[in-house]
Write a protein that binds this ligand. Structure first.
Ligand code: NAP
Length: 282
């Protein structure tokens, strides 16, 4: 028997999120407020520069202002924190995104912590993370929030499902695990020291791949009927899931590109609009 496949179309989900923001942006504009996202790029990593450009372009298309702060590779932690503090203090900046990863000599955690919570639109501070753990975050990390938004858009129930998350990074694997747990999934979090990974993944009704390794998840790890969400974005637009083999058993799957990526950007725009509403309308 062949199972009907749902290709979880990230462009469709992203369009619906952006559409829902138009009226809110107009209402802000009537009050003379333009939501503004500041992105900070340290160094000259070409992929990071591309991501920052994509985010800036997405802002522009929707009428959100974007400020790009580009700092040289040899910027110190203190200099980076000083740049963040300037943006914290700027009343016209509503969201701050420090593009990850920063050069190795920088204390990335200290830099993230410097972002004012009201402007932490990507949920990178420990306070933002903790709020997300309690299900209380205004701005959970954008990629985890995008994954949940895709499931919600397609009305895929989370409650009672066994979710297997591969990856435990503070911006992706851990927060998405907590979000799924808060939505009453039973969650297994896997990582590089997990000894029986394939067996774990085979238990998943929902599988989230957040590994950073191209085509890492193979089709024969996927339980028939499982829902597969690929957060991976590797060089050459390649996901962490081997789409061609995983689609055989999956009942629903995100492609790469046009899966989690566009929804992550739309979520960032949504958080920026919400931050500007909170910072200016209260
Ligand atoms: P990361 O910080 O490098 O974390 C990777 C995680 O994968 C770690 O927890 C690591 O385990 C685990 N891992 C590595 N090798 C493994 C293995 N052989 N078996 C099981 N687990 C393994 O990466 P990240 O920042 O979370 O990003 C993950 C992926 O998502 C990347 O492809 C990235 O490009 C993508 N991403 C996409 C978006 C988007 O908008 N779509 C946004 C952010 C990231 P340990 O903890 O044990 O080291």
């Amino acid at each position: 028997m062949t199972t009907a496949k749902i290709i979880l179309d990230g462009n469709l989900v992203a369009a619906s999120i952006k559409e829902s923001l138009l009226g809110r942006i107009n209402r802000l504009s009537e009050k003379g407020i333009v939501p503004c996202l500041a992105t900070i790029l340290v160094g000259d990593d070409p992929s990071s520069a591309t991501y920052v450009r994509m985010k800036g372009n997405a802002c522009k298309r929707l009428g959100i202002e974007s400020i790009r702060v580009v700092l040289p590779k040899n910027t110190s932690t203190d200099e980076l924190i000083e740049a963040i503090n300037k943006l914290n203090a700027d009343p016209n900046v509503h969201g701050i995104l420090l593009q990850h990863p920063v050069p190795e000599h920088i204390d990335e955690r200290a830099a993230f912590e410097a972002i004012r919570i009201e402007k932490d639109v990507d949920g990178v501070t420990t306070l933002g993370f903790a709020q997300n753990a309690f299900g209380l975050a205004d701005f959970p990390s954008c990629t985890p929030a995008a994954i949940v938004a895709i499931l919600d858009y397609y009305k895929i129930s989370i409650e009672g499902k066994h979710a297997v998350v591969i990856g435990r990074s503070p911006i992706l694997g851990k927060p998405v695990s907590l979000m799924l747990l808060n939505r009453n999934a039973t969650v297994t979090m896997c990582h590089s020291k997990t000894t029986n990974l394939e067996e774990m993944v085979r238990l998943g009704d929902i599988v989230v791949a957040a590994v950073g390794k191209p085509k890492f998840v193979h089709g024969d790890w996927i339980k028939p009927g499982a829902i597969v969400l690929d957060a991976g974005y590797n060089v050459g637009n390649i996901g962490d899931v081997d789409y061609e083999s995983c689609i055989t058993n999956a009942s629903a799957i995100t492609p790469v590109p046009a899966g989690v990526g566009p929804v992550t950007i739309a979520t960032l725009l949504k958080h920026t609009v919400e931050a500007s509403e909170k910072l200016t309308l209260n």
